[in-house]
Ligand binder design. Structure first.
Ligand code: AMP
Length: 290
């Protein structure tokens, strides 16, 4: 596996890479969700680059940035064992040198939910993803539905800026108890880890109501809320940031078409997010989510 640490090295590598070229942007602490992205990229591309950059621009609180898990040596070994062609892990000072003064501002799908809870987060995401796409010029870039709002924001940005890269997506990869793999799961203590699957459980209940024919967003979110409230009554310790049913593309309140039921809860200092996709015209009976 080639190790690339500067934007110039990345650009030179990509100029000579055998096409199609795919990139998989990550913040490291590689887990099964990232690995599935790599596998998807490998099945569609001749060259696959994983990028690993913990992007300070997308963190609100410094505490969250400082405590974000870091494991570059293990990550590098795991990615190499999966046959990744190159790993790009630049220093922050090379990505945002002194005097850096440019930001991509995203509106529309970036505004609700995570946008309200984490002001500026998606501008930070869009800025780094745009930089990575400009530097590498890939045919495809791979993202997970786990971060469904992020995916909608990136698709919107790529469309609006006419960046010639296909955005490819994979379903959320989950642990046996339903908890979506996430680098932040490493920060949960044992009680928090036991409580964490409640978010997916509640979203799944909402999805079941939708699949049973329910179409009133208030009823669907109500079903999900009730699972969370019942868990709280039983003594599970967490707070709810939001739980919303939105249009899959615009992230605006749902009225028709495909939807996303998304939620965020806090377990102590750790915030976890998840979502399920509600496919309205599920003709063959197979949901896109599973
Ligand atoms: P991160 O390292 O958390 O920034 O994530 C890098 C990419 O992996 C993003 O496109 C995420 O949506 C995706 N990802 C993270 N967790 C999962 C998961 N459990 N299943 C599928 N994709 C994921």
């Amino acid at each position: 596996m080639e190790l690339l640490s500067t934007p110039k090295q990345l650009m030179a590598y990509c100029r000579n890479a055998t096409r199609p070229l795919g990139i998989v942007p990550t913040m490291g602490s590689i887990h099964q969700g990232h690995i599935e992205l790599v596998k998807q990229a490998q099945s569609e591309c001749d060259t696959v680059i994983v990028t690993l950059f913990i992007n300070p621009l997308q963190f609100g609180e410094e505490k969250d940035f400082d405590s974000y898990p870091r494991s570059i040596n293990e990550d590098s070994e795991v990615l190499s064992s999966y046959g990744v062609d190159a790993l790009y892990f630049p220093e922050t000072s090379l990505i945002y040198p002194d005097g850096f003064s440019t930001s991509i501002n995203v509106y529309g799908p970036a505004l609700p939910m995570e946008g309200l809870t984490r002001p500026g987060h998606f501008d930070g995401v869009a800025t780094i993803v745009a930089k990575l796409l400009i530097n590498s010029g890939p045919d495809n870039a791979y993202f997970g539905r786990k971060d469904g709002q992020q995916l909608a924001v990136i698709k919107r940005m790529v469309k609006d800026l006419e960046i010639p890269t296909n955005i490819r997506e994979i379903d959320t990869v989950r642990e046996a108890d339903g908890l979506a793999y996430s680098s932040r799961n490493n920060l949960l203590n044992s009680n928090q880890r036991l409580a964490a699957p409640i978010l997916y459980e509640s979203l799944s209940a909402g999805k079941m109501a939708f699949e049973g024919g329910e179409r009133n967003p208030l009823v669907i979110t109500g079903v999900a809320f009730e699972i969370l409230e019942a868990a709280k009554r039983k003594g599970l310790l967490f707070t709810i940031d939001y739980l919303e049913m939105v249009d899959l593309m615009s992230m605006m309140p749902w009225s028709s078409g495909d939807a996303m039921l998304a939620g965020a809860i806090r377990l102590g200092d750790i915030r976890i997010i998840d979502n399920v996709i509600l496919v309205e015209n599920n003709i063959d009976g197979i949901s896109r989510e599973e």
